[in-house]
Write a protein that binds this ligand. Structure first.
Ligand code: GDP
Length: 425
């Protein structure tokens, strides 16, 4: 399958980066098509341990070309920092190996500031933003105020657009939040420092991809976040401001006519959620602590403790549907090894008492409770298993149960964070 997307089925943090790092060897090009530096894709391989925020996870494969598509938003400073970190670890990042769309939108320091100011203003009603400027910059994009990376190559136009953007943005920063205005010079200094370094990477990536697929080169799309954070169909307003769905990949990459043939939905063997919003199966107290510790569930981008709970069939079935997943990569199976029995949320009992297996409209999840079923645990280390047959029967049964209930085959079972800690089925 030469056009594939690796996407998150749940709230994010399912282990997409780990799967892209693994599967990138079969592809010529890896493309991030949405989001910005709010992603945190953890990759562990022979070079070390990395938390990639913007950089596509194919960067560790020397033969792979990595692309940041037009659907992404790019903090120039942050990307330069990531390039430096990778180069310090011996990974070559050059314009041959990384291409940035001239249509991607720039995240400026004032976007990050606005993000933080708005979260502070909201207090207890905050969204749980990563404060990387994502909501403000996508809002600007849709208001047609954004500045594209390609504008950096046209200095006169760039300065004109930046002046206009600052004039408008400072009205919000000073008027709404009582913050200091950002000066043109201060912002230009930042652009000179980081933007000039990135200029050689900027090109028409849509054209590049269109021609590449015409030549039969294979493409792997890498999503950020998960289906439930999709702006249109997720748990709005507790979503991200972009579209992490596989269906958006061709558009966010600049090749809208491309058909994604294979969609690998990454699903964690239990549930986690960073940030606010409904999370019906959430655990509290000691049970949650134990799972959080066992799974190391602290955000890669922010270090925040993740909310945790059992596998949620209701949410996951919805996520599989949104993603149009053709198969599933089930990650972190090894983390469940400590449990005597494995809990699974099979339905939600809504506040009015109605029990449903359908993922509800967001506000209807207020006060909902999970209906839990238990499967037998396996109570042994499975991290060394490299074939399905080598898994204990209870672990095999858990995988079979999940694929039957999701009506989607589980083709990868991940039993550890390392590149090779995987079972192919
Ligand atoms: P992503 O944003 O979807 O790439 O996921 P994150 O990187 O935020 O979170 C996944 C975390 O789980 C990372 O720390 C990975 O190293 C780790 N991980 C991935 N797969 C496995 C697995 O099968 N077992 C264990 N124990 N850890 C895993």
């Amino acid at each position: 399958m030469s056009i594939c997307a690796i996407v998150g089925v749940n709230w994010g943090d399912e282990g997409k980066g780990r799967m892209v790092d693994l599967l990138a060897q079969q592809y010529d090009i890896v493309v991030r098509y949405q989001g910005g530096s709010n992603a945190g894709h953890t990759v562990i391989n022979q070079y070390g341990k990395f938390a990639l925020n913007l950089m596509p996870s194919g960067i560790f494969r020397p033969e792979v070309v990595n692309i940041l598509g037009n659907g992404t938003v790019i903090d120039l400073e942050h990307l330069c920092g990531e390039i430096d970190g990778l180069q310090a670890a011996g990974i070559e990042v050059s314009p041959d190996r990384l291409k940035i769309s001239n249509r991607a939108i720039i995240v400026f320091p004032f976007h990050k500031e606005q993000d933080g100011l708005e979260e502070a203003r909201l207090k207890d009603a905050r969204y749980g933003s990563t404060k990387r400027g994502i909501a403000p910059v996508y809002s600007d994009k849709y208001q047609k105020k954004g500045i594209q990376l390609g504008d950096l190559l046209l200095p006169d136009l760039f300065e004109k657009r930046l002046k206009a953007l600052l004039e408008w943005k400072n009205l919000t920063l000073t008027g709404v939040y009582g913050a200091k205005a950002h000066s043109f010079q201060q912002t230009m200094d930042w652009v000179e420092r980081f933007g000039s370094r990135l200029k050689p990477y900027i090109c028409d990536t849509g054209k590049y991809l269109y021609e590449a697929q015409g030549q039969g080169r294979s493409i792997l799309f890498e999503a950020q976040l998960g289906a439930l954070r999709d702006l249109e169909l997720g748990i709005y307003p507790f979503t991200s401001s972009s579209a992490p769905l596989a269906a958006y990949a061709p558009l966010g990459a600049g090749v809208p006519g491309l058909r994604v043939e294979r969609v690998v939905g990454v699903v964690k063997a239990y549930s986690t959620c960073v940030g606010e919003g409904p999370f019906v199966a959430e655990w509290q107290g000691g049970e949650a602590e134990r799972l959080r510790e066992a799974g190391g569930e602290y955000g890669a981008a922010t270090g925040r403790p993740r909310r945790v709970g059992p596998f949620d069939l209701v949410a996951t079935r919805y996520g599989v549907r949104l993603q149009g997943a053709t198969d599933i990569a089930l990650t972190k199976m090894d983390v469940l090894s400590y449990m005597d029995r494995i809990p699974v949320c099979t339905a939600y009992r809504l506040a009015g008492g109605q029990v449903t297996e359908e993922f509800p409209f967001t506000p209807l999840m207020d006060g909902a409770e999970p209906v839990i079923e238990y499967l037998p645990g396996w109570k042994q280390d499975i991290s060394k298993a490299r074939s399905f047959a080598a898994l204990p029967k209870e672990a095999q049964d858990y995988v079979r149960y999940i694929e039957a209930r999701l009506d989607c085959p589980v083709t990868y079972v991940s039993v550890g964070p390392g590149r090779d800690e995987i079972i192919y089925r």
